[in-house]
Design a protein around this ligand. Structure first.
Ligand code: IPE
Ligand code: IPE
Ligand code: MG
Length: 243
């Protein structure tokens, strides 16, 4: 149960632990990824109900290509399956789907599916669901740096006009509220090249629970932990204004 009902505007999740979940059951890792998809469905619906504005899910990192080819294929196939199967119900539930990452590495068919899914839901006013596929935080910073460099080369801006705001405005998700809370399941205490620029002042929450076991009440736990934090953004607490 959520104790104090301040709901973070933007929650980002590193959904880790599918492989270990399957291994614990003597099953193939792909089965773990399928179980992970079920948890995604559950959490998307729950976050939408709580009126979280933006939910960003790390589904496939730019480094996950290093996995055996059968696992990579299983993950991409699952993504295609989910995109096909879920898009109608997402649309019906007023969810806006947005894919972040370097989609140019995918075949044309998949790129078109992504564009179609985004277009179909682009005017929806409910939950924004960002799915990070072939996403890397370093890639994101680099693509923004290249855009800035191009504007300078073309003489559209000067080097001094490359400000933090302007640079940030070409990063993925700049149109959405800042990331308030990052949750990582699966027991690792690292970012694994997920959002870098965007989480400068996010609260980080780590849990040992493997992603397929993540539930509504564990999401509540993360929000409760978030509410117990004091965010100072480099300042000091209001009550400390005594001198
Ligand atoms: C996370 O689960 C899903 C992806 C990276 C696509 P893992 O597949 O990394 O699961 P573990 O960490 O091996 O248990
Ligand atoms: C992070 O998990 C990527 C996703 C959840 C999509 P990984 O399992 O790839 O991360 P590492 O290898 O443990 O850092
Ligand atoms: Mg992992």
């Amino acid at each position: 149960m959520i104790q104090k009902r301040y709901i973070p505007s933007h929650v980002a999740i590193i959904m880790d632990g599918n492989g270990r979940w399957a291994q614990q059951r003597n099953q193939l890792r792909a089965i773990g990824h399928r179980a992970g998809l079920k948890a995604v469905r559950k959490i998307v619906a729950y976050a939408a109900g709580l009126k979280v504005k933006v939910l960003t899910l790390y589904a496939f990192s730019s480094e996950n290509w290093k996995r055996p080819s059968n696992e990579v294929s299983a993950l991409i196939s699952l993504f295609i399956y989910a995109l096909n199967k879920e898009i109608k119900s997402l649309n019906k539930n007023n969810v806006r789907l947005n894919i972040i990452g370097d989609i140019s590495r995918f075949n044309e068919n998949l790129q078109n599916m992504i564009i179609h899914a985004q277009n179909l839901t682009k005017n929806n006013s409910g939950l924004v669901l960002n799915i990070a596929v072939n996403y890397g935080g370093r890639w994101d910073i680099l693509q923004s740096a290249k855009k800035m460099a191009m504007q300078v080369i073309k003489g559209e801006i000067t080097i001094d006009e490359v400000t933090e705001d302007r640079f940030g405005s070409t990063m993925c998700m700049s149109e959405f509220p800042e990331v308030d809370l990052v949750i990582r399941t699966g027991g690792e205490y690292r970012i694994s090249n997920f959002l870098l620029w965007q989480i400068a002042y996010s609260e980080l929450y780590f849990t040992d629970i493997l992603w397929p076991d993540f539930s509504q009440s564990l999401f509540d736990d993360a929000i409760n932990a978030f509410n117990a934090r004091e965010r100072r953004f480099g300042g000091i607490h209001n009550k400390e204004h005594s001198c």
